[in-house]
Design a protein around this ligand. Structure first.
Ligand SMILES: Cc1ncc(COP(=O)(O)O)c(C=O)c1O
Length: 460
């Protein structure tokens, strides 16, 4: 007698198809806490283990091909193994990977940053984005002689002690494991999009700097209202506060000159990483000369001991990274690059929204430039089925915690089973993503929604 087909769940399919990753995760857990090297890679029942990557794709240890929207946490604007970036690194490797000294590569790299980024009159390279934001606030504090840094709810600036405060809900939580309260006390968090609250805080005499992601918190997860950046610029100028745009994600992605070029608002300093280093480990602080000079040694009496900001870093502008960065920025200077990536992300957002509307599934996809986010389970008041920048009427808390909800976790697993790796869920596009990749992703999304519906994900 024929047996009825046994239907499996998304989780079961994931566990079966990615069995090699589970084994790898078990091994990793023995020697790496929790088995992951970045909190953002936490995933239940276990994360994928990748064996190789090329262009828009990654292959896991079981040979599953994944269309990749993690894109090196946003650092791979040209996809995996871009031939020009690869060639630049390969040319550098045999002539030295660390000189412990200055070299032409770092000047060429700095030239590219200065050429592209409106606020960049000078650049200082760092080892990561976290180091760049740490350095930025140190410079601002020394320059102004004040100590408080103001930031916005839900904005991420790396993992050092100062700026994790207010990064995720509950935004007002006063304590962070391992971070002294005294340190937290030097940072003030204001609500995203509340200009009245911002002015009230900036008007106080202790404020050295305002730092924000010009895309809105966590790469446009919490969009900023129209005109916010210009208003922030005006307020910072009015109160003598250093305005820092954290363009670790938006730099060279929102436009060749980053979000500041796209929105026409120039900060005093800019923090960069990811694309600036061509997907290699590196970052930069760029800014107006008067501020950047805080990092320079001077012959003025007392300057070097009482005013100059200290900055070291074994891997700052290391030659291979500098070569990758300069090669990447030469390519990113063509605005056609960002236009293409933007179009691919807009197509995805519209396709995802249409798929949800067609099926009557509550949820929305949003974002801008070449990023997208998805939140399933709850409809946005303005959901129309098209490309959407901002899900108006949804709280910053909801948007920021979407990635933690069970339905979105199931979506992520379902997409993996379909051969698509999302980030958070959401992701970023690159020049390596073809229209076919995007359409394949939208079709996969529809199938996953159907399957989730069958599993009762949207019931109640
Ligand atoms: C806006 C922003 N700032 C800072 C950082 C920290 O950069 P890194 O991970 O290189 O330390 C990130 C990382 O994702 C980021 O998105």
């Amino acid at each position: 007698m024929a047996q009825a087909p046994v239907s499996t769940t998304i989780v079961q399919d994931y566990a079966e198809r990615f069995a090699g990753s589970r084994a790898m995760h078990e091994r990793a857990r023995q020697v790496i806490p929790g088995g992951i090297t970045h909190d953002g890679r936490y995933m239940k029942p276990f994360p994928p283990s990748i064996a190789r990557a090329q262009g828009a794709y990654k292959w896991d240890v079981d040979g599953n091909r994944l269309i990749d929207y993690v894109m090196g946490h946003g650092s791979l604007l040209f996809g995996h193994n871009d031939p020009d970036i690869l060639a630049a690194m390969q040319a550098q490797l045999p002539v030295g990977t660390h000189y412990g000294a200055g070299h032409e590569g770092e000047i060429r790299w700095a030239d590219e940053v200065v050429r592209l980024v409106p606020s960049a009159e000078q650049v200082k390279f760092t080892g990561s984005g976290t180091e760049a934001t740490l350095l930025a606030i140190r410079v601002a504090r020394s320059f102004t002689g004040r100590s408080t840094v103001v930031k916005l709810e839900g904005h991420f600036h790396g993992w050092h002690d100062y700026l994790l405060k207010g990064e995720r809900p509950p935004f007002e939580a006063g304590a962070q494991p391992g971070i002294p309260r005294e340190v937290l006390g030097t940072v003030a968090v204001v609500a995203s999009n509340d200009l009245g609250m911002l002015e009230e805080r900036l008007a106080q005499p202790d404020v050295a700097a305002l730092i924000l992601e010009p895309s809105g918190g966590s790469w446009a997860t919490i969009p900023l209202i129209e005109g916010y950046l210009q208003a922030a610029r005006d307020l910072a100028t009015k109160y003598g506060v250093v305005l820092i745009f954290d363009e670790v994600i938006t730099g060279f992605r929102w436009a060749p000159g980053g979000a500041q070029e796209r929105y026409g608002v120039t900060p005093d300093m800019t923090t960069l990483a990811k694309i600036v280093a061509g997907g290699m480990p590196g970052g930069a602080l760029a800014g107006k000369r008067a501020l950047m000079e805080m990092l320079a040694f001077k012959d003025e009496p007392g300057w070097n001991t009482s005013k100059k900001v200290r900055h070291q870093g074994t891997y700052n502008a290391s030659p291979v990274v500098a070569a990758a960065g300069a090669a990447c920025l030469r390519k990113a200077a063509d605005p056609g690059v960002q236009r293409y990536c933007d179009e691919m992300a807009a197509r995805l957002r519209a396709g995802f929204n249409a798929a949800m509307v067609e099926r009557g599934v509550p949820g929305y996809a949003w974002g801008e430039s070449s990023v997208f986010h998805v939140n399933l389970g709850e409809a946005a008041p303005n959901q129309e089925g098209g490309d959407m920048r901002s899900p108006d009427g949804v709280s910053a808390e909801t948007l920021k915690s979407a990635s933690q909800n069970a339905v979105n976790s199931q979506l992520r697993l379902g997409m993996m089973v379909e051969g698509v790796e999302l980030f958070t869920p959401g992701g970023m596009t690159s020049t390596a993503h073809s229209v076919e990749d995007i359409d394949e992703t939208i079709a996969a999304f529809g199938r996953v929604l159907d399957r989730m519906g069958e599993e009762g994900a949207f019931a109640g």
